[in-house]
Design a binder for this molecule. Structure first.
Ligand SMILES: [Zn+2]
Length: 303
């Protein structure tokens, strides 16, 4: 069920509009697209990487697999492996993605459909949502809103709304800039952000500033300035270092396979972490508690 996420979703949206699509199943990313990505930033994979990635390819749907690879790559290239990340594909036609709760990124099917074949545009969106988390935008916004609501009782609510909108747009600009940096550092095409935003500019209401986002033309202009100001090669070489000096991040499907957890560099097992910390008190990783309805063992009693 996606209801809990929807209920707690904040308004950190990449777009605010509902666009009905045909609901067609997106094609798998072509081998040419993947080969193109490899050719722009080639990182030889080690046997450990191969086995985790091969297993993921078997376990996950094509879209979720690609989201795993994007998040995992961005996290390792940018040193964001200290905490787990979470990804959900929302099965509807909204052209949207957002950040909510803690390290949770929701990507709607409609967005995947419109970005099919453009892994760099998708990586830019994912980087943008990850940036909302790393910059603590949700927490900052919640605490500022609480402060301003207090003040608004003695002032006018219009000023409160304007402050909220200004803060939201500032956060979006920051997430755009950091999302660009994250995705390019991980080796994705710098123009992916521009292509993604151009697609969003076809949605109604995106050509001017809204209460939550700057206008898309202004966002594209900012990305162009970033491309000019920070040569992508510099970011890529930084990312290359991060990728070649870290191990692949493992993953786990949780809650009836409705969200994908991409584990931190520590892995996803409390038992393994315990065993690293207390080598003299090793816990069997395969230990499992007895079934609840199992008959208790009978004890023979002498009479
Ligand atoms: Zn955003």
């Amino acid at each position: 069920m996606l209801t809990p996420f929807k209920a707690t979703a904040t308004a950190l949206l990449t777009a605010l509009c509902t666009v009905t699509l045909t609901g067609a199943i997106p094609p798998r990313l072509s081998s040419e697209a993947l080969a193109q990505n490899r050719s722009t930033f080639s990182t030889p994979s080690t046997p450990a990487e191969s086995s985790i990635y091969d297993q993921a390819r078997e376990d996950l749907s094509p879209n979720l697999y690609m989201l795993y690879r994007i998040v995992e790559r961005i996290a390792r290239a940018n040193g964001l492996t200290g905490h787990p990340w979470r990804v959900v594909v929302a099965d509807d036609t909204l052209i949207n993605a957002y950040a909510t709760e803690v390290n949770l990124v929701i990507v709607h099917f409609g967005l995947l459909d419109q970005m099919a074949g453009d892994i760099s545009a998708l990586a830019c969106v994912v980087g943008h949502e990850m940036a909302h988390h790393t910059e603590r935008h949700i927490a900052i916004r919640t605490s500022r809103v609480a402060d301003w609501q207090e003040e608004a009782r003695s002032s006018n609510s219009r000023e409160f709304q304007e402050r909220m909108a200004k803060l939201a747009r500032e956060h979006e600009e920051e997430a755009d800039a950091i999302g660009y940096e994250y995705s390019v550092t991980a080796g994705f095409d710098p123009s992916g952000c521009v292509r993604g935003l151009e697609m969003l500019s076809r949605l109604p209401g995106t050509m001017r500033d809204s209460a939550t986002h700057p206008s898309v033309p202004r966002r594209i202009e900012s990305i162009q300035s970033l491309i000019d100001a920070t040569p992508p090669e510099v970011l890529r070489s930084r990312g290359h270092l991060g990728l070649t000096t870290s191990d692949p991040l493992s993953y786990e499907m949780l809650e009836d396979k409705e969200w994908l957890r991409i584990n931190s560099a520590r892995g996803g097992s409390f038992v393994e972490d315990w065993n690293r910390l207390f080598p003299d008190e090793i816990i069997d990783p395969n230990f499992s508690p007895p079934e609840k309805d199992e008959e208790p063992a009978t004890v023979e009693s002498g009479e």
